[in-house]
Write a protein that binds this ligand. Sequence first.
Ligand SMILES: Nc1ncnc2c1ncn2[C@@H]1O[C@H](COP(=O)(O)OP(=O)(O)OP(=O)(O)O)[C@@H](O)[C@H]1O
Ligand SMILES: [Mg+2]
Length: 220
Amino acid sequence: MGKILVVASDKGGVGKSTYTANTASMAVNKGLSAIILKADKNNDLISWNGKRQANGLLPVPVHEAYGDISGEITRLSKLCDLLIVDCPGHDSPEFRSALTVSDILVTLVKPSSDFESETLMTVTEKVRIAQKSNPKLTPWVLLTRINSSRPRHRNAAIELDKILRSNEIWIQPLKSRLSEIDVFEVACNEGAGVHDVSRASSLSAAKAQIELVAQEIGII
Ligand SMILES: Nc1ncnc2c1ncn2[C@@H]1O[C@H](COP(=O)(O)OP(=O)(O)OP(=O)(O)O)[C@@H](O)[C@H]1O
Ligand SMILES: [Mg+2]
């Protein structure tokens, strides 16, 4: 049975699908078999996969399921080393049912946005309830889209990290973070992840960030 990683948030547009695509690409480029389960009704990862196939990149099967997806997660996890579940950007039956059977949750937040960081309260409540029936669930906050040349971004990341570490009731933040880097987006536009790209500005930083997160959450 492969590892089950749920990527979810109670807010849209935080970077879940971008992180999902880049992590799946990294996994297959390292020789792991990866499947994406799309639990969000928008078409982004289907379109991404169509471009991926057209560009002859290493295959990443993309499946879809909605509503209570726990059975489909368990079934697909037996077919691969890594199953990544991309959830909708709001509280949903998909997010809640995924938490009951998964190994790892990554919830992404841009620390400089209160609209995003304030959703950690409701995500934490859901996770703590789910852990009562699924004690193996390990949740993480991934700070993302940080522009390190902006003091406001840097300071917000320091401050949010401090608040989360000050009380263990909070989902704890990963030490590894993602920056706001164009190549994450550019790669996705081509059905790729940064591990499929051979040359781009900040490519080695982007690849290193995806790998450091993967090591910290224990999927590689
Ligand atoms: N680390 C990053 N660096 C640069 N751009 C990013 C990064 N992460 C995400 N983006 C961009 O931010 C936007 C939102 O990303 P994405 O669609 O992955 O979010 P999402 O959480 O999946 O949204 P939704 O909740 O609507 O599904 C996209 O334009 C994407 O290219
Ligand atoms: Mg998405």
